[in-house]
Design a protein around this ligand. Structure first.
Ligand code: NAG
Length: 322
């Protein structure tokens, strides 16, 4: 690590999605609304799960952890972009860039691991229904969440510490709307072989590992559902994992789609545009997929809204009293 190498250039510049001045307010409005919908939707999921004791099961705890990770992920990536558009500045400090990198990698990997944990949960629920409460006890589900946190924290710590050893020269324009690690490494004017290798290996390991777990769990689930004789039983078993399957496909399809489109176009700008899919659209759709398909979540959400209305009525009626 060479401290002092980066002191003369303590800022990076985020180019954002477009340079066109007339597009800025459109982009701002669009991203602000998507950001608010994401935060509100995921917050409602967390509220619904924590307020309804029927939803105090591992599956819904994992879901609310996923919602929490989604809120943090979009906040780290989108908020700085919104602030920059509003203040008409492109600058982000060196420290800001490194911390943004740390947090977005942390929550992206956490998302990935939580999806795998949820797949394992569905596997136990469908393939070992009688032992579900014994296997998926609070200790194990807490441990799974904890391990996911530790792995993603260590990984993002390693990746962002490795950025500190790079020195940057003159071109500090990042062709993206947040400090995407690959784009930052590309700007370094020293040997980046170690960083590229690390990004590649951790990428393959941390995306491939959970994906292998998810595929394994679902192959067992499909096999198990296939063995159920009645059509009604088949449907019932399938419907408990349909939302999760939809979310997993959304995450991986957008991720793979973005990687493919970036290798096909070689243009950093279109890569940035494509990554809007997994940074904003996927976390935004997540709560909708769960709440629209799931009776329990719908019921809990209705209760949360009802409680809010009742509280407001009580507060208003109290105010009216002399
Ligand atoms: C995350 O999961 C753990 C373990 O299941 C649970 O105790 C905790 O309440 C969850 N956190 C959130 C924010 O839902």
């Amino acid at each position: 690590m060479v401290p002092g190498n980066h002191t003369q250039n303590s800022e990076f510049f985020l180019q954002g999605l477009s340079e066109e001045p007339e597009l800025q307010s459109l982009i701002f409005g669009l991203f602000l609304s998507m950001y608010l919908i994401t935060v509100l939707g995921n917050l409602l999921i967390i509220l619904a799960v924590s307020s309804d004791s029927c939803l105090h099961t591992p599956m819904y705890f994992f879901l609310s952890n996923l919602s929490f990770a989604d809120i943090c992920f979009t906040t780290t990536t989108i908020l700085k972009m919104l602030v920059n558009i509003q203040t008409q500045s492109k600058a982000i400090t060196y420290e800001g860039c490194i911390s943004q990198m740390y947090f977005y990698i942390h929550f992206a990997v956490l998302d990935d691991f939580l999806l795998a944990v949820m797949a394992y949960d569905r596997f136990v629920a469908i393939c070992h229904p009688l032992h579900y409460t014994v296997i998926m006890n609070p200790q194990l589900s807490g441990l799974l969440v904890l391990v996911s946190w530790i792995i993603s924290a260590l990984n993002s710590l390693l990746e962002s510490l490795m950025i500190l050893r790079l020195s940057f020269c003159t071109n500090l324009e990042i062709p993206h709307f947040f400090c995407e690690i690959q784009q930052v490494v590309r700007l370094a004017c020293c040997d980046t072989f170690l960083n590229d290798t690390l990004i590649y290996f951790t990428g393959v390991l941390l995306a491939g590992g959970p994906l292998a777990g998810i595929l394994y769990s679902y192959s067992k689930i499909v096999f198990s559902i296939h063995g159920i004789a009645s059509a009604q039983g088949k449907y019932k078993a399938f419907s408990t994992c349909a939302s999760h399957l939809l979310v997993v496909s959304l995450y991986y399809c957008t991720g793979i789609g973005v990687s493919l489109s970036s290798s096909a176009t070689h243009s950093s700008r279109s890569y940035a545009t494509a990554s809007v899919m997994y940074t904003v659209v996927t976390p935004m759709l997540n709560p909708f997929i769960y709440s629209l398909r799931n009776k329990d979540i719908k019921r809990a959400l209705k209760r949360v809204v009802l409680m809010a209305v009742i509280k407001r009525e009580i507060v208003l009626s109290l105010k009216k009293c002399p």
